[in-house]
Design a binder for this molecule. Structure first.
Ligand code: B12
Length: 81
């Protein structure tokens, strides 16, 4: 099982993440996508709930071990789904 991690620092997350998700779906892939970087917290729901284009967002100050553990859980969940 794979995961794609995107780091966005350039305010492109609301177009680039949905575009990535759409492209993967076209190919029949439901690979887990997680994002990090300077993404404003008010955009988290848009990405994770409205467009469902990523499963988690790890903003500034995230501890790498926390991001790693949550990403591993997301991979596990996607395998058992
Ligand atoms: C260094 C820097 C640059 C460098 C980047 C060098 C490099 N190659 O990395 C340079 C000078 C190239 C740059 C350019 C630009 N930048 Co700049 N830059 C910064 C700065 C000062 C620090 C970013 C950084 O590296 N932080 C350190 C890392 C460790 O922290 P972090 O990114 O938050 O990551 C943490 C978490 O978010 C998470 N994480 C991040 N990514 C991922 C990915 C995954 C998979 C996971 C699990 C976790 C994760 O883990 C990290 C640890 O906690 C920030 C200001 C700031 N205070 O953040 C602005 C900032 C990110 N830049 C900004 C902008 C606008 C730009 C430009 C668009 C400017 C321009 N008009 O050209 C370009 C975009 C370049 C590009 N193509 O992306 C804005 C972004 C605004 C926004 N998102 O709404 C910021 C916030 C500055 C500002 N206040 O305006 N930038």
């Amino acid at each position: 099982m794979h995961v794609i991690g995107i780091s966005s620092q350039a305010a492109g997350h609301k177009t680039l993440l949905p575009a990535l998700k759409e492209e993967l779906q076209k190919q029949g892939s439901n690979i887990v996508i997680v994002a990090g970087g300077v993404i404003p917290p008010q955009d988290y729901d848009y990405l994770m709930k409205e467009t469902k284009c990523c499963s988690a967002v790890f903003g500034p100050g995230t501890r790498i071990t926390d991001a790693a553990l949550e990403t591993l859980s997301l991979i596990e969940e996607s395998i058992t789904e």
